[in-house]
Design a protein around this ligand. Structure first.
Ligand code: PLP
Length: 295
């Protein structure tokens, strides 16, 4: 099977392998109409010692936190681990040369039956590391800053905004990406209404200032990234400190290096922001990519 899809029944703790190309999601599922559900995308790196799911545990911890934020049932880690491992085995059997790919897994709200009870099936399928990602890794990206429309640190006062949960509602993020493209940039950089730098639509930002790695505080209103935390966990061996900070756009422009980091991209240099060139630190870009990809 070249395009495997696994459908997961959380109620029974079972799953089945099927074909990504055939119709699977009932249109009545609330994830389809409301974006009401959660997901994760993990990078799988295949080396001499087999396949590694990068930051597997960090992703699942966030998946559980997202489920809790949305009042979804607590996902069963054993079940989802079996799903991910089965999918890896399918990809490896179909294409033994495939040494790097992603797996996207999701838990939707489901559909409401006649009695109002909710039931739904989760899913998982492989996603390729495509040319777009490869080009960004090699050449870096440009970005334009965009107002996110809320003040920093609003999340604790407004938990219904689900800031910090990885939900299936990405229409705003997609729109920001299109807006960036229409303005000749590869990426958007969200900034809070009161001027604090937050994140990209699908990535976190890290900058280097001297011996310090700095990244926006997740509490300011963004998704706490697994890749950012992986890099921070390795900062000491790179001879750097790692800190959360409130950054302005000028801080980013004046940085000694800046990166968009996320599971599939790994770490890509942010080389221009709002038309201003940013220093590119190629050595650290390479180190970050090696650390994330485990090679
Ligand atoms: N921020 C947003 C909004 C994202 O969608 C993502 C990833 O998809 C990230 C940050 C980076 O998170 P991670 O490193 O866990 O992939």
């Amino acid at each position: 099977m070249t395009d495997p899809l696994i459908l997961v029944n959380p109620a029974t703790g079972t799953f089945e392998l099927t074909d990504l190309r055939s119709a699977q999601l009932p249109v009545t599922d609330l994830s389809a109409h409301r974006g009401d559900g959660i997901f994760e995308t993990v990078l799988v790196s295949v080396g001499a010692h087999g396949a590694t799911v990068v930051s597997r545990e960090r992703h699942f911890t966030r998946f559980r936190a997202s489920a809790s934020a949305l009042d979804l049932p607590d996902p069963d880690q054993g079940l989802w681990d079996r799903v991910i491992d089965s999918l890896i085995a399918e990809v490896a059997a179909a294409d033994p040369e495939n040494v790097e790919f992603g797996i996207r897994y999701a838990l939707p709200r489901g559909e409401q039956d006649a009695n109002g009870a909710l039931r739904g099936r989760g899913w998982a399928f492989p996603v390729p590391v495509d040319d777009h990602i490869r080009t960004a890794r090699e050449q870096g990206v440009t970005a334009v800053s965009l107002d996110r429309g809320f003040d920093a640190y609003i999340g604790s006062k407004a938990p219904w905004l689900l800031i910090g949960a990885k939900t299936l509602s990405y229409a705003v993020n997609q729109a920001a990406g299109r807006y960036a493209a229409a303005n000749d940039a590869d990426e958007a950089l969200f900034v809070s209404h009161d001027g604090i730098v937050l994140e990209g639509p699908t990535a976190n930002l890290i900058i280097r200032r001297g011996d310090h790695l700095l990244t926006p505080n997740p509490e300011a209103g963004l998704l706490s990234g697994t890749t950012q935390r992986l890099i921070f966990d390795h900062a000491e061996e790179l001879g750097l400190s790692a800190e959360y900070a409130d950054l302005s756009l000028d801080d980013v422009k004046a940085a000694d290096g800046a990166w968009y980091v996320s599971s599939m991209r790994t770490a890509v240099a942010l080389r221009e922001l709002d038309g201003n060139a940013i220093s590119v630190d190629q050595t650290l870009t390479d180190r970050f990519q090696e650390i994330i990809r485990g090679r």
